[in-house]
Design a protein around this ligand. Structure first.
Ligand code: C2E
Ligand code: CA
Ligand code: CA
Length: 559
């Protein structure tokens, strides 16, 4: 019969042909071509569904194919078959809806396209490689001038949008030409490769390091918060490039000259940023090489001042040139001292007393704050223990601590050790952290502050009102006290807004069950306003300036 003959044609076809139940997706029929490709017997396949031999096929994909099939009458799809022995191959399927033995079914004609897929993948890889080669320097594999310009354009756009600043560093190797001429290109190439890898070791993932050609490299430092950030990186580059390079029995000494332009302070266009960094680089060469210069000479001065400052802070730490002043905190209803804030002063051998505003920011950025705060902590606690021993009542000691300090792993052990050694009681201590520092990373701060609170030490949030706390976080923090920032107190009673804000902070503190203290209270009017609005703890020049400990002892005698 004709029917039977056609059946045989299908049966013997070397192409894979499957008929699948449209509801259960089980196999209703498979031909010899399919059996030999897939490696299962007819009986085995009859109890299997499409999911068994198409391991990456999902229900979503099937629904998508069905929708397409409804519209077009047939559908093409690519899938991966898994044979009985576990091996896989790519197929192209042509699918039609049919009726088969009175049920709705699909007939699927599959063609093995593994070879084609392999070729396609190779092509993609080659295209990528070509792209990479067009954009990268073959010697160092760094982005070349073209890609660098591209990145620079991108970064200008994104920095403009996010109102961020970035730095462009132009780096030139100082003795490269001499090495190249005297020792040959091979050695020169090695020097460039080594330089590229040293530069790469300094920057972060989000920065761009490129080789413009010859011995010229550029770096874009994204989103740096200050000129300082750029100068820190430049210092590291100057240092690392000076280390001797050993190549094929030669020990070579090179150095680098760096020019820096800042976006948006110096320029906002690609061309000018490059031109200015280049100009600054030539200035670095003029200054005797082996250094860095900002395009704006003010910035260079700042950077160098800071290096000097950092170095002298280091020796100040080694020599413990810090003294602690104390500023009393008063309970206005009784006019008595209930505590003191320890405020550090740097006793500089040439300059005299340096106020914290002049060195704390640099100490915080460089991490030196950790050691400084430990010195202050020890000195202040020692003095407090002494006062208690002598029969005075100085109340609670407030210590200003940087979040960096609290995040030190050994912070709590160190604190407990000092307390133990000085017989200092936990109830005499309160730690102040600024709102800004807490809100920089509130989740981390919450867990850290909880640990501290758990050992019975009270926590105050300093400069409150300046750091954009969210109420949600405030509720989660284990706080005991808000210190109303002095900027709100300063213009009371003239400034209506400040008075409203102060009242609002007092109300907020009360509703969260927190103690309150106002800072920077200088006048009778300010004191009266606070007292009237139920903030009865006050710190400020009205009562007392921060004083050295011997003057505080005199005050305590009267207290
Ligand atoms: P702060 O914690 O907000 O300290 C209060 C500052 O306000 C102190 O300045 C204090 O002298 C000043 N002040 C107090 N009462 C008045 C007043 O009535 N009027 C005015 N105009 N100012 C008043 P100081 O001592 O210069 O300290 C400045 C900042 O330095 C402190 O601000 C604190 O953030 C930081 N600091 C001070 N000592 C340390 C320390 O040991 N460790 C850390 N990490 N930071 C410290
Ligand atoms: Ca404080
Ligand atoms: Ca404060």
């Amino acid at each position: 019969m004709l029917d039977d003959e056609f059946k045989k044609l299908i049966q013997y076809s070397p192409h894979e042909i499957y008929i699948i139940d449209a509801v259960s997706f089980k196999y209703l029929y498979v031909n010899d071509g399919a059996l030999s490709s897939i490696g299962y017997s007819y009986d085995e396949l009859s109890s299997m569904s499409v999911y068994d031999i198409n391991p990456y096929l999902t229900q979503e994909k099937i629904i998508e194919l069905q929708n397409e099939e409804n519209k077009e009458g047939k559908v093409l799809n690519r899938t991966i078959h898994r044979r009985k022995d576990g091996s896989e191959y790519h197929v192209q399927s042509l699918i039609h809806t049919i009726r088969y033995q009175n049920t709705d079914a699909y007939v699927v004609f599959d063609t093995d396209i593994s070879e084609q897929v392999k070729t396609e993948k190779l092509l993609i890889k080659q295209t990528r490689l070509l792209n990479h080669q067009a954009n990268h320097d073959t010697l160092t594999n760094l982005p070349n001038r073209m890609l660098f310009k591209d990145r620079l354009t991108q970064i200008i756009k994104s920095s403009t949008r996010h109102k961020e600043q970035f730095a462009l560093l132009f780096i030139d190797l100082d003795q490269f030409k001499k090495i190249n001429d005297s020792l040959g290109h091979h050695i020169g190439d090695e020097v460039l490769i080594e330089s590229a890898s040293r530069l790469g070791s300094i920057i972060r993932d989000e920065d761009t390091l490129a080789r413009l050609g010859g011995d010229e490299f550029t770096i874009i430092l994204k989103d740096i918060s200050s000129v300082q950030g750029a100068s820190t990186v430049a210092q590291k580059i100057v240092k690392i490039m000076k280390e001797p390079i050993k190549i094929k029995g030669h020990t070579l000494f090179i150095s680098s000259s760096i020019g820096i332009s800042m976006f948006p302070a110096d320029a906002t266009s690609e061309d000018n940023l490059i031109k200015f960094a280049d100009t600054a680089m030539y200035r670095a060469k003029d200054e005797g090489r082996d250094n860095f210069q900002f395009y704006s000479s003010d910035m260079t001065t700042q950077a160098f001042e800071r290096v000097v400052m950092e170095n002298s802070l280091r020796s100040a730490i080694a020599q413990e040139q810090f003294i602690v002043y104390f500023q009393p905190q008063y309970e206005t209803t009784t006019e008595t001292i209930i505590g003191m804030e320890a405020l550090v002063r740097w006793d500089h051998p040439q300059i005299g007393l340096v106020p914290p505003g002049k060195f704390i920011p640099i100490a915080e950025e460089s991490g030196l704050i950790i050691e400084i705060d430990r010195i202050v902590m020890k000195k202040a606690m020692k003095q407090f223990s002494q006062w208690y021993k002598d029969g005075y009542n100085p109340g609670v000691l407030s210590l200003n601590l940087a979040m960096k300090q609290l995040n030190q792993e050994d912070f709590i052990t160190t604190l407990l050790n000092i307390m133990n050694a000085l017989q200092f009681q936990a109830k005499w201590l309160e730690l102040e952290v600024t709102e800004g520092q807490v809100m920089d990373n509130p989740d981390a701060a919450i867990s850290k502050l909880k640990e501290i609170s758990n050992i019975g030490i009270e926590l105050a949030i300093d400069d409150f009102g300046t750091g954009y706390s969210s109420l949600a976080y405030l509720k989660k923090l284990p706080l005991n006290k808000l210190k109303i920032d002095q900027s709100f107190i300063k213009d009371i009673p003239e400034d209506e807004d400040d008075m409203a804000i102060t009242k609002a902070i007092i109300a907020l503190g009360k509703s969260l069950n927190l103690k309150l203290i106002a800072e920077g209270v200088e006048t009778q009017a300010q004191r009266d306003f606070l007292l009237k609005n139920d903030c009865t703890t006050i710190q400020g020049y009205f009562y007392s300036r921060p004083l050295p400990s011997d003057e505080i002892t005199e005050l305590l005698q009267k207290n």
